[in-house]
Write a protein that binds this ligand. Structure first.
Ligand code: 5GP
Length: 116
């Protein structure tokens, strides 16, 4: 893929752009969203740029999708109270701005009022 076509998340994965990384494994990375919409707002991102959105990921690599969901739960346990909202914006008109599949994990710390 040409340099100009690489996603912002591929550049974070390559270490070219700084990010507050909270999880890093063979196939996934997670970091704090730069514009948080909740007390805990993490992005869980497959390292491959092969899939534009969750529909493509589910069809192409369902095991990786399952690993992503399990990782979201683990991160919600570690950073929030274990309850979480898992959001995959899919398509421009649904608010997707980065076409490199990623999940938003929204959560809140134990003892806080929780998510709105
Ligand atoms: P989408 O709108 O595609 O579902 O989500 C993209 C998310 O990526 C947005 O919530 C946006 O705040 C976040 N984002 C965009 N650029 C960066 C960046 O350079 N660093 C981090 N940490 N998050 C980013």
């Amino acid at each position: 893929m040409a340099e100009t076509e690489r996603s912002i998340f591929s550049r974070i994965i390559a270490g070219e752009i700084p990010a507050d990384v909270v999880y890093d494994s063979e196939r996934l990375i997670a970091f704090r969203d730069i514009a948080p919409k909740a007390p805990v707002h993490l992005l869980v991102v497959p390292k491959t740029e092969q899939y534009r959105d969750v529909v493509e990921l589910a069809a192409g690599d369902p095991e990786l999708l399952a690993e992503l969901v399990a990782t979201a739960k683990r991160l919600a346990d570690e950073h929030g109270d274990g309850d979480f909202r898992l959001i995959f914006n899919t398509g421009e008109r649904a608010g997707q701005t980065v076409f490199h599949v990623h999940a938003h994990v929204l959560s809140a710390p134990a003892g806080s009022p929780g998510l709105e």
